[in-house]
Design a protein around this ligand. Structure first.
Ligand code: ARG
Length: 477
């Protein structure tokens, strides 16, 4: 095949084809306009492969030098935006290989020895995704730190804790934020776990069955910083479970962000007024001048659907495929790329929206979430948030819990009809429900008393919350 022949993909295969591909089929089958994004992984994988081919004396030392020189030039062309991507050459792999051959001649044509695009693309996607997972892991850490920073300033701030979105029991606002830190820390663990299985080498599987050349696959894996080689060639070229796992982990992370978004949206509404986020994360209305809409959290909630959709797309893509490689797999890229982009952008924006931006002049972060402690506490004072505490008080006086529960229900009824809180009922009235009630009851009916009383591991008492903050700080250091 001459150098010129590689300019057109329809001519890249062999003399077997009697007519060129139709324009429509060309567009339908081409992936270069999205998979060119894999260019750096493609070059990195090719260089590791070529270096091994030379070490194994499958190609000559001068071929390797030519390949390295050609790839360096291609790299700078792509970085400078001067590389001409050709639809006719179908995908990123054929585009780069064709250019290499144009630049260095026969050495370029030797690069594909012992390799197929099937193991090449599987390697490229894994390499690319591994590095993206590392960026995502950094962002997850940053977001956790931002949440812990806000938590640390709000340990004593009391928020009504909800079940069924009805006031349930008072909780520390820090405790509430730390619930999200737990979620994001599990997301980070999942990412680390997916990374291990992503970081394995398919190269050497060739088209499907391995190759007749004496490749040293371990050497290539080592060069690429991979944790091992795929042990079955059919599996290595065909499965995309690592991409599915990643998208599942990304979906869960987006679901956590979406739940947090939902809370921010509620908390920012006039009816709650618990927090404010910086104006740059909100938008106005074209008709209602008073509006400040929480567009960023709303969009994050919306984009969660999109990522979950990608998970469905990828898992469905896999389900009907017989071994080994099928062209179906070319469809793995767009959902995967979009999942990575959406998750990274969302995490970045949340890091800043929660924690603020670094002011280089002061070295401090500014413009994160602003907390309206008074509004939170006022809301916690509505809805009889300390009713359970009164029941627990009666249990300590010797009542069985079920009886105490019933007694408190009567007290709540009385408070409702007086339009006051339990803590505002006079002692004599309370004693009417149970004679053992004494003056110290008011301590347990206060929000702060209720909070302090939940002093078990994982509970909302400020001492527990402070201990959790310390644990997160050392874990995230
Ligand atoms: N562009 C292809 C993909 O993304 C590369 C592998 C093509 N292999 C093949 N046998 N047609 O999957």
């Amino acid at each position: 095949m001459s150098t010129n022949q590689l300019d057109k993909k329809s001519e890249a295969w062999s003399a077997l084809f009697s007519e060129p591909m139709s324009e429509l089929v060309k567009r339908y089958t081409a992936s270069v306009f999205f998979d060119k994004r894999l260019w750096l992984a493609d070059i990195t994988g090719s260089l590791a492969h070529a270096e091994m081919l030379a070490a194994q004396k499958i190609i000559g030392a001068s071929d390797l030098a030519d390949i390295q020189r050609g790839m360096a030039q291609i790299r700078s062309e792509i970085e400078a935006g001067g590389f001409e991507w050709k639809l006719d050459l179908e995908d990123v792999h054929l585009n780069i290989e064709a250019r290499l051959t144009q630049l260095v001649g026969d050495a370029g044509k030797r690069l594909h020895t012992g390799r197929s695009r099937n193991d090449q693309v599987a390697t490229d996607v894994r390499l690319w995704l591994r590095d993206e997972i590392d960026l995502i892991s950094d962002l997850l850490k940053e977001l956790q730190v931002a949440l812990v920073d806000v938590a640390e300033k709000n340990v004593e701030v009391i928020l009504p804790g909800f079940t069924h979105l009805q006031v349930a029991q008072p909780v520390s606002f820090a405790h509430h934020l730390l619930a999200y830190v737990e979620m994001f820390s599990r997301d980070a663990e999942r990412m680390a776990d997916v990374r291990r299985r992503t970081n394995r080498l398919p190269l050497g599987s060739a088209a499907l069955a391995g190759t007749t050349y004496p490749l040293d696959r371990e050497r290539v894996a080592n060069t690429l910083g991979m944790e091992g080689v795929c042990q079955n060639s059919l599996d290595g070229v065909s499965d995309r479970d690592f991409a599915i796992e990643f998208t599942a982990a990304a979906s869960l992370c987006m679901v956590h962000i979406s739940r947090f978004s939902e809370e921010l949206i509620l908390w920012m509404s006039q009816n709650f007024g618990f927090v404010k986020i910086a104006d740059r994360f909100t938008t106005g209305s074209s008709i209602m001048p008073q509006k400040k809409n929480p567009d960023v959290p709303e969009l994050a909630r919306g984009k969660t659907g999109r990522v979950v959709g990608h998970l469905m797309g990828l898992i469905t893509l896999m389900k009907g495929q017989p071994l080994a490689y099928n062209k179906d797999n070319q469809e793995d890229k767009e959902p995967l790329f979009d999942t990575v982009d959406t998750l990274k952008d969302t995490l970045r924006i949340f890091c800043e929206m929660v924690g603020g931006q670094l002011n280089p002049a002061t070295g401090a972060k500014e413009g994160g979430i602003t907390v309206n402690a008074a509004a939170m506490e006022a809301a916690a004072n509505k809805g009889y948030a300390t009713a359970t505490d009164l029941a627990d008080y009666l249990v300590k006086k010797g009542l069985p819990f079920r009886d105490a529960h019933e007694t408190v229900a009567h007290a709540v009824k009385a408070a409702t009809s007086h339009n006051c809180d339990l803590s505002e009922l006079p002692l004599t009235v309370l004693q009417g429900f149970n004679a053992s009630i004494e003056k110290d009851v008011y301590e347990c009916l206060s929000l702060r008393g209720s909070l302090n009383a939940r002093n078990t591991l994982g509970g909302t008492a400020p001492v527990q919350v402070k201990a959790q903050i310390a644990r997160h700080r050392s874990r995230l250091a």
